[in-house]
Design a protein around this ligand. Structure first.
Ligand code: ZN
Length: 193
């Protein structure tokens, strides 16, 4: 799935378990971080555009470096190091990485039915076990769009009910303004916190 969807999955999945906005953000960030091994796509694109010797970092390393148990442990420990509730963030960041893996197993296929992305759970140290699902839907499939929309609506409803959202990671004023608007939008359906 896209990094935005992964962020929203991490946020919605973990935010209620820790009080501080910073810890909520760290858990959501942990849900995105496995995709750092896909950043080679920028280098691949650049080398092709500039006519240099083409690179293939994306195909070589995506899902091979940070989509498994070793990276999950590393990311969880790193997130906990910056957290206020260290044990909670350690566990929830570990869970967020696994939600990322689950989402990729479900919906990160290429354009053809044969273009299924597997997860190598112990990579980069071992290529076994290899986890893949033959029913994996395309990365650009409607399923991913629907999931993203539902997650966004959930985030906005929480903003109406409890007054915070991921926007608060960047601007407290913006977050408060968003919550005020959401309270008007969701007013009739808003149950008390
Ligand atoms: Zn991924």
């Amino acid at each position: 799935m896209s990094p935005i969807t992964h962020f929203l999955v991490g946020w919605v999945g973990g935010e209620r378990f820790v009080p501080s906005l910073r810890d909520k953000g760290l858990i959501a960030l942990a849900g995105v971080l496995p995709d750092v091994d896909g950043l080679g796509i920028v280098v691949d694109f650049t080398t092709r555009r500039l006519g240099w010797a083409p690179t293939d970092f994306y195909q070589t390393y995506h899902h091979m470096l940070a989509h498994g148990l070793p990276a999950a442990l590393l990311i969880a420990v790193a997130a906990a190091a910056f957290a206020r509730c260290k044990l909670a963030v350690l566990l929830l960041a570990f869970a967020a990485v696994h939600l990322h893996l689950l989402c990729d197993i479900a919906g990160s296929r290429g354009t053809t039915a044969a273009d299924v992305w597997p997860i190598y759970y112990l990579a980069p140290f071992s290529l076994t076990p290899e986890i893949l699902w033959s029913g994996q839907w395309p990365l650009v499939g409607w399923q991913n769009t629907l999931i993203t929309v539902v997650l966004l609506l959930t985030v906005l409803r929480v903003s109406a009910r409890r007054g915070y959202s991921p926007l608060g990671l960047f601007s407290a004023r913006g977050d408060a303004a968003l919550a005020a608007v959401m309270r008007r939008w969701f007013g009739p359906w808003r149950s008390q916190p």
